[in-house]
Write a protein that binds this ligand. Structure first.
Ligand SMILES: Cc1ncc(COP(=O)(O)O)c(C=O)c1O
Length: 404
């Protein structure tokens, strides 16, 4: 062992792992099309009314530490949003504002997970879930989203695993991502109800990362865990990054709506964790409050962005479908596409080799499926305008044709 902690092994991010290769190409004058980072604010500037609120907060000297659990204005705005969207009546104590969902995940696993505890996670998963569970000393228990059922969850299979696992270990929570990164799946109400029944039967806490809850398209209907889990302990994670197109604000939040003992204990402990790190970004909190409260401006902005995303995703899927070495489930939320690649036919040993070789020869940067726990796939971020997206996928398709 060296000087660094054993836990430092968790400081890895597959989304960024090829940046050194990309930088070397760029230094020689090559131009890379980057489809590896899911950052909407790169392609859709953060709405003007939100930016103005940020500037106003600064000019009013709102640059100090804030209430540790979040400024009143934002907490009230979050309560308003959940009342409007999901008919949920929240109390201030149910909400803790964090530095992005990333910090929310960190606080949540810190508050809940001990050594040897297990967290049920479905793969492909959002990359950061695993490090946060590991840092807390626990480990993930991985189950598959079902690719041939549109990357949905098989509730009976989950039930079988829970029955087996709960005799061997403490299951701390089931972590859901809805809509999903990287597959773009939106879970049906029926599936969620099945999961809630199971959680009720086995006394399990549900955590739902709903950071893309307004980025839903292709006819999908989104159901929040809050709408089906009433009376069952659950946590909702959300934030500024995706729906409000403000990734750089670094604002997220946790919501624990329940009044049962577990929920009460958890919300108090999350507030303690918030106080340990003092406060989230002050002007960004005020700006997000305006982002949520100005319903007219927000509806206009989100409608525009989601229509564009739907168009770009469907365009990209059509082009990917021309490639007979790929098979793609059409996404209905978020902005990622997660095709399966026929590595054998293309003579690649792994998705990593595929992705690296594509970057070096065609200057297109995407992410390997194994980074999300599901090898043999690739993740493509479908945010850029169609000219760029089209160029990237044309290069990808040509790369597969040549390779064969
Ligand atoms: C499912 C999911 N959860 C959480 C995050 C992190 O969000 P934040 O910017 O709020 O830290 C992302 C970012 O891509 C995500 O896709």
């Amino acid at each position: 062992m060296g000087f660094l902690s054993e836990r430092s092994k968790y400081a890895v991010n597959p989304l960024e792992e090829d940046d050194a290769i990309a930088e070397a190409i760029e230094r020689k004058g090559g131009e890379i099309i980057k489809l590896n980072r899911g950052d909407p604010a790169v392609y859709f500037p953060t709405p003007k009314y939100i930016k103005e609120a940020y500037v106003e907060a600064i000019s009013e000297n709102k640059t100090h530490y804030t209430e540790t659990r979040g400024v009143r204005e934002l907490v009230a705005a979050i309560m308003g949003r959940y009342r409007r969207m999901y008919g949920l009546e929240l109390e201030e104590e149910d909400i803790v504002v964090t530095a992005g969902v990333s910090e929310a995940l960190y606080m949540l696993s810190s508050a809940l997970v001990d050594r040897k505890d297990r967290v049920i996670v479905f793969k492909p998963y959002y990359t950061q879930y695993i490090p946060y569970i590991g840092l807390a000393g626990g480990s993930e228990y991985l189950l598959d989203y079902k690719e041939n059922e549109g990357w949905s969850i098989d509730v009976d299979e989950l039930d079988r695993h829970v029955r087996k696992l709960k005799h061997k270990a403490r299951i701390k929570y089931i972590l859901l991502t809805n809509p999903n990164n990287p597959t773009g799946t939106v879970l049906s109400r029926k599936t969620l109800e099945g999961i809630v029944d199971l959680a009720n039967e086995h006394n399990l806490l549900l955590v739902s990362d709903e950071i893309y809850d307004e980025i839903v398209f292709n006819g999908a209907r989104f159901t929040s865990i809050a709408q089906v889990a009433r009376g069952i302990p659950h946590v909702i994670l959300n934030g500024a990054s995706k729906n409000f197109d403000a990734t750089g604000f670094r604002i997220g939040f946790t919501i624990v709506p329940g009044e049962d003992n577990l929920s009460k204990e958890l919300k108090a402990k999350l507030a303690d964790f918030a106080s340990v790190r003092v406060s989230a970004n002050a002007p960004a909190q005020y700006a997000l409050a305006e982002g949520m409260n100005n319903v007219i401006e927000h509806s206009r902005a989100i409608r525009y962005m989601v229509n564009e995303i739907e168009d770009r995703v469907n365009f990209a899927v059509r082009l990917l479908d021309e490639n007979k070495h790929l098979s793609t489930v059409r996404p209905r939320g978020a902005y990622y596409i997660f095709p399966r690649i026929d590595l054998k036919q293309l003579h690649f040993k792994s998705d990593k080799e595929f992705v690296d070789s594509l970057l070096k020869s065609k200057y297109v940067q995407i992410t390997r499926g194994s980074g999300f726990g599901t090898p043999g796939h690739i993740r493509i971020v479908s945010l850029p305008p169609k000219e760029i997206l089209g160029e990237a996928i044309t290069r990808l398709n040509e790369f597969c044709r040549r390779k064969r």
